[in-house]
Design a binder for this molecule. Sequence first.
Ligand code: PHE
Length: 473
Amino acid sequence: MSQQDSKAGMWSSRLIFILAATGSAVGLGNIWKFPYITGVNGGGAFVLVYLFCIALIGIPIMISEIMMGRRGRKDPIQTLKKLASESGFSPLWSVLGGMGVLAGFLILSYYSVIAGWAIAYIPSVMQGTFVGLQASAIEQHFNAMISEPLILMLWHSTFTIMTMLIVAKGVRGGLEKAVTFLMPLLFVILIILLIYSFNNGAFAEGLSFLFAPDFSKITSEGILSAMGHAFFTLSLGMGAIMVYGSYLPQTASITGSAIWVAVMDTLVALVAGMVIFPIVFANQLEPAAGPGLIFQTLPLAFGQMDGGSFFGALFFVLLVFAAWTSSISLIEPAVAWMINKFSCSRARASAYLGFLVWLVGLLTVFSFNIMSDVTFTQGMSLGSAEIVFFENATFFDVLDYLTSNIMLPIGGLLIAVFAGWLMPEFITHNELSVDKKIFYAWRFAVRWIAPIAVLIVFMNVLGILKLIQSIFS
Ligand code: PHE
């Protein structure tokens, strides 16, 4: 979907916009990443911070992105340039759009590797590979798969091609329709899995892991990753929702749409967590297993369930679709920008960017095998304190850290500042056209709450708060 084909290019209705934005939001972030980083960060307290971030930072910023996109009606770089000059500020604000384009590109490079794992699981589950297997054998299967660079490359290439084909065609035709019925279907399968987990998992233990906050388990890094994930899961801070907003008809309600998308996205993540952790605890698996978590727990459930091969295969098909509707929104800002910048065709821009994404994605492929011992450690010393950002991190870990925990929050922070402080009130009020109370609540959130929260989380990681504390005590 670009400005080129946007002549017909408004979403046909607000509902379609909500579905497309939900398609972008709901993806691997909800079903793969949320459970695994919740596991790594100790559960309940992490989830609570994440929920706060969705409500207080995510929703207001989503409203801002949709609004800016709809007013600018261009790719994120051009939109920021246009809106900045309209409000009398420097065109350099387009750099913010550029950072978003880059973030989307980098995220897609590893996103398609993980989506490739999901593709690889479709035939395995269908053939009954996991039927009757113990947890340890399933874990071995997963480890064997990721240790094979050629296999990972095959599926990574498949997913990249799938993504770029749709993007090259323009998104509206197929995907708009696909999203309309695949998303609800995914939800139905999750509910079936939830029933399985309720009957066969350690449900109470799983729920308490997920929802009973134990603040001794959360670190400042954990808080950063909860906030970063709020941006990631809502597709915020990099212009994806902005591009989608640029196709929103002038009359549709922005605030209502944003709340819908956030609620659905959060529900999917929480249900995924409620499916996975009871299975983890019932089978003495490790909640902090990392990126392989769902690939080690869910096959166990499917292997034991009546009709598990069918439901399992269907689940991974739907997961791939969920990833697909997200991946096109990750690269769409870059494609739209390239078309405008180099006046090239959509097909050419997609082919070129697709190849680059694929190439960078190889770093992630190799992170799990031939380059697994190429690791990075980054930290800094502040006074007497040593701060570690990441330790023994592979390329994949570093990419994920930089995009989710740094680029998206900074992008989001600047978007909030832009919408709250730079755009004149009469414009934003007019665009949002909601009653005064809601408008001022939104404005307060983007002027104060979101920027200050992001800064505090960053400073917390840097230990600066501790430093300041020690000065004053
Ligand atoms: N929100 C998507 C997910 O949760 C990932 C994504 C991030 C998509 C940023 C677009 C932009 O899987």
